[in-house]
Design a protein around this ligand. Structure first.
Ligand SMILES: Nc1nc2c(c(=O)[nH]1)N[C@H]1C(S)=C(S)[C@@H](COP(=O)(O)OP(=O)(O)OC[C@H]3O[C@@H](n4cnc5c(=O)[nH]c(N)nc54)[C@H](O)[C@@H]3O)O[C@H]1N2
Ligand SMILES: Nc1nc2c(c(=O)[nH]1)N[C@H]1C(S)=C(S)[C@@H](COP(=O)(O)OP(=O)(O)OC[C@H]3O[C@@H](n4cnc5c(=O)[nH]c(N)nc54)[C@H](O)[C@@H]3O)O[C@H]1N2
Ligand SMILES: [Mo]
Length: 750
């Protein structure tokens, strides 16, 4: 499409690719030559750009169109859709927005619209949606993420910031040179390193791990799943019960305290509240000493193994790595707080290759040496509406308007939502207890969705506005988390009547008389130039010269030079804690937080503590199993689940579930069989895979399968029919997908 004297490029959260186009159609993607470890995920888009799953015209649910807003919400997901023109769609949407804001106020519009959308800096669906709604009076928003909400709220109380430290994760280089022992809670599964939000130029996670191993680093994989660490790093596997990491870490702390192995000088200089934590560990406050024998009962790792590990950690340069998954469980605030405390006791925070790492397990960018760049974002404007929810409280909000909820020391109440708008996220993927959510989803008067494919979200909407994919529009992949800046070229024309999200909102803005405020008079091309030029100025202030727009377009990509020295998290604080205090009340690491203690929450006390999760193997019925629904290796969440790469792993049309052979034998189940996973909340079908790489008592089924409900059962295998919808605690109210007990039986034939 674009007249360029080079191969076309595209970029997304899973990589950068060259695009082959023939006669107006995308015929293939080729791996980016700068990427030594490319991800296959991208190739899954080719066969679904067109065809029955593509939304090619604005669509309105029949009952809504005939009966108006609020008609037969319970038929969402079952009703037929009627195609309408864009003019008609714009008229319907504008009229309904105007009605809702006049009758109920802008607070009645929920547009938290959580989700990953696409990688481009301009066509970021949420930013487009939020900017548009801010032009017409605002909306109720959401706070925090599904990834690690608990950490986003608790870690700033303990370390002053969470994201600030995450963005300065200690580089893999220093792990190879300065680390002896890498203790990975939740492992470092290579499947996850395929991803980086906003784009990936070159994948480095595998090289980071293998180089460290070659340099002599010993690995410990604390996880119910052995394959959470690459075989070649020869990790020692501690197959704990899910949800019991805090008990295990407390036992390590107990060994350190009782053998006097903690680094008291570090604790004295850099932390507050250690004594109160130590008293709890010794059992002085609750009568329970957190000994290895105590923990062994809870996590089912032998006490002797825990003693040995604690002593090794005390005498080695140790990196404690915690997977984000540990926050997505009941009391998910505690694992990171406990891990930080343990790392402080070892005294190596702020030194190369050691200390604490948040999420080497999660993203390609964790541990990737890169400069701290700042780029321009598409401006969202100001939202005059103050009402919000913690992101994972969406079902409760729809169920209970006006009901109070606690969050981070404050009490708020749920708004009365009449209109929901989602653009660039999929709650029928990400939310827990989908059968419950689906009932609550029937309540709003109108649900509007921008989507490109007929997934469960689109099928459960009233008005579906068909958007383009990245291949149908021009953009820039420019993430401060990756050194590669990539031109996302327009490869083909929009499929059917699909429009870019920006163009969708421009049309509705025009209908409502706010087009000039929405566009500021700039075309899409002019916005891209603006984003580049402002980013270029900001980069210059960091001492990095980005090419001008023409040169960038000519070359297609640019790599920001690597920093001169590797990154070490919290090195400045360590070097001089008085000059570089943390942004906590004490300026130090708060092992005890007066602030949190002051909130008086029974489910989140003033120091890290073990609290039994709502569901775990310690209080399971004999035939119950713990279900881990982790990230899929063959896609990003639900994106491209319908594409060839994802479908190739699902020959029987249902998602595979992994089970230990002993658990299968006890149930008379065998490899390849279709099973039914169920609990009181619902059920899903899955194809059984047997493996001794999973701990007995635990099953693993990836998230991402498109929800396909038949009553309370998902026929395709979406595990969120089973997960529990409850907040981590009154502090963060984060999601807890990983605290979930289920039963498994053979599926009925047919
Ligand atoms: N059980 C369980 N559940 C989980 C998790 C878990 O571990 N276990 N993990 C959680 C986590 S960490 C996360 S981050 C969430 C992820 O949840 P989401 O981010 O909501 O999931 P995605 O499937 O990435 O949703 C992105 C949606 O945007 C659409 N899209 C893509 N490009 C565009 C575009 O240009 N415009 C528009 N309008 N739409 C576009 C896609 O088609 C897709 O429907 O899931 C959470 N849910
Ligand atoms: N391919 C691919 N990569 C992705 C994503 C994707 O959808 N696909 N999603 C991205 C996103 S949005 C996010 S937030 C990150 C998430 O990154 P993570 O949260 O780190 O990813 P998960 O795969 O959910 O979990 C990592 C491992 O933790 C283990 N685990 C689960 N529960 C426990 C527990 O209680 N204790 C211990 N010790 N281990 C446990 C599981 O075995 C799991 O494999 O991944 C990102 N990377
Ligand atoms: Mo996430």
């Amino acid at each position: 499409m674009t007249e360029l004297d080079r191969d076309l490029l595209t970029a997304n959260h899973w990589g950068t690719y060259r695009v082959d186009v023939d006669d107006g159609r995308v015929t293939g993607l080729r791996d980016f030559e700068q990427d030594g470890d490319p991800s296959p995920i991208g190739h899954g888009i080719i066969d679904v750009l067109e065809g029955p799953t593509r939304i090619t015209a604005p669509m309105v649910r029949k009952s809504w169109l005939e009966g108006g807003p609020g008609t037969a919400g319970e038929k969402r997901g079952e009703d037929d859709f009627v195609a309408v023109s864009w003019e008609e769609a714009n008229r319907l949407v504008a009229g309904e927005l105007d009605r809702v804001r006049r009758e109920h106020g802008n607070e009645a519009i929920y547009a938290g619209s959580y989700g990953w959308a696409s990688a481009g800096r301009f066509h970021h669906a949420q930013s487009q949606l939020k900017r548009f709604l801010n032009c017409i009076g605002g909306y109720t928003d959401s706070k925090n993420t599904y990834s690690f909400a608990a950490a986003e709220v608790v870690v700033p109380r303990v370390l002053g910031t969470f994201r600030g430290h995450l963005d300065r994760s200690t580089s893999w280089e220093t792990i190879a040179t300065d680390c002896d022992l890498f203790v990975a809670f939740g492992g470092v599964p290579l499947k996850n390193g395929q991803i980086s939000p906003g784009g990936v130029g070159a994948h480095v996670q595998k090289a980071g791990l293998t180089t460290a191993r070659k340099a002599g680093v010993d690995f410990v994989n604390v996880s119910p799943i052995r394959s959470d660490l690459l075989d070649t790093v020869e990790a020692n596997w501690l197959a704990l019960r899910p949800g019991t990491d805090v008990a295990l870490m407390l036992a390590l702390a107990h060994v350190l305290v009782s053998e006097g192995l903690q680094d008291q000088a570090f604790l004295d200089r850099y932390t507050v509240g250690f004594d109160r934590f130590a008293a709890y560990v010794r059992g002085e406050t609750d009568g329970i000493a957190k000994t290895p024998d105590w923990a062994a009962e809870i996590c089912e790792i032998p006490a002797e193994t825990l003693r040995d590990l604690a002593r090794r950690m005390a005498t080695s340069r140790t990196m404690i790595s915690v997977a984000w998954a540990l926050t997505r469980q009941d009391h998910g605030e505690q694992p990171f707080w406990t891990a930080i405390t343990l790392a402080a006791m070892l005294g190596r925070i702020g030194l190369p290759g050691a200390g604490i790492g948040f999420g080497y397990s999660a993203m390609n960018n964790t541990g990737l040496a890169r400069r701290p760049m700042h780029y321009a974002s598409f401006p969202q404007g100001r939202n005059p509406v103050k009402s919000f929810i913690p992101v994972a409280r969406v079902t409760e909000m729809l169920e209970s308007p006006g009901a109070p909820f606690d969050y981070d020391g404050e009490r708020h109440s749920y708004p009365d939502i009449r209109l929901v708008w989602w653009a660039g996220g999929n709650p029928f993927h990400h939310h827990q207890d989908l059968n419950r959510m689906r009932k609550a989803w029937a309540k709003p008067e109108t649900i509007i969705v921008n989507e490109w494919c007929w997934n469960a979200l689109a099928r459960h909407a009233d008005i579906v506005l068909p958007c383009t994919t990245a291949l149908e529009r021009a953009d820039i992949a420019m993430s401060p988390k990756d050194p590669f800046l990539v031109s996302m070229d327009k490869a083909i024309d929009p499929v059917g009547q699909a429009r870019d999200d920006h163009e969708i909102f421009r049309g509705i803005a025009a209908q409502m008389g706010v087009e000039a405020a929405f566009t500021e008079g700039r075309s899409a091309e002019e916005w891209r130039r603006w984003l580049w030029d402002v980013s270029r100025q900001q980069a210059a202030r960091e001492g990095v010269e980005l090419p001008d727009w023409q040169a960038f377009q000519r070359d297609g990509w640019f790599k920001v030079p690597a920093p001169e020295a590797p990154t070490v998290m919290m090195d400045a604080f360590r070097a001089d804690p008085e000059a570089n205090p943390l942004a906590t009340p004490s300026g130090r690491i708060e092992i005890y937080s007066e602030t949190i203690a002051g909130f008086g929450y029974g489910d989140c006390p003033g120091h890290p503590a073990w609290m039994e999760p709502a569901e775990w193997l310690g209080k399971a019925e004999p035939d119950q199993l713990h279900m881990i629904s982790n990230q899929p290796h063959n896609k990003l969440h639900s994106q491209l689940d319908h594409g060839s790469v994802s479908q190739a792993h699902r020959p029987k049309g249902v998602e595979p579930v992994t089970m230990h052979p002993d658990d299968a034998a006890a149930r008379g189940l065998s490899e390849g069989q279709i099973v039914r996973i169920h609990n009181a909340r619902g059920a899903c079908r899955a194809e059984l895979r047997l493996s001794d790489t999973i701990r007995p008592g635990v099953i693993q089924i990836a998230t991402g399968t498109w929800y396909d409900p038949d009553g309370d059962t998902c026929l395709a295998g979406n595990p969120n029919t089973l997960t529990l919808d409850k907040g981590t605690s009154s502090l963060a109210q984060g999601p807890i997908a990983h605290s979930c007990l289920v039963k498994v039986e053979a599926a009925e034939a047919g």
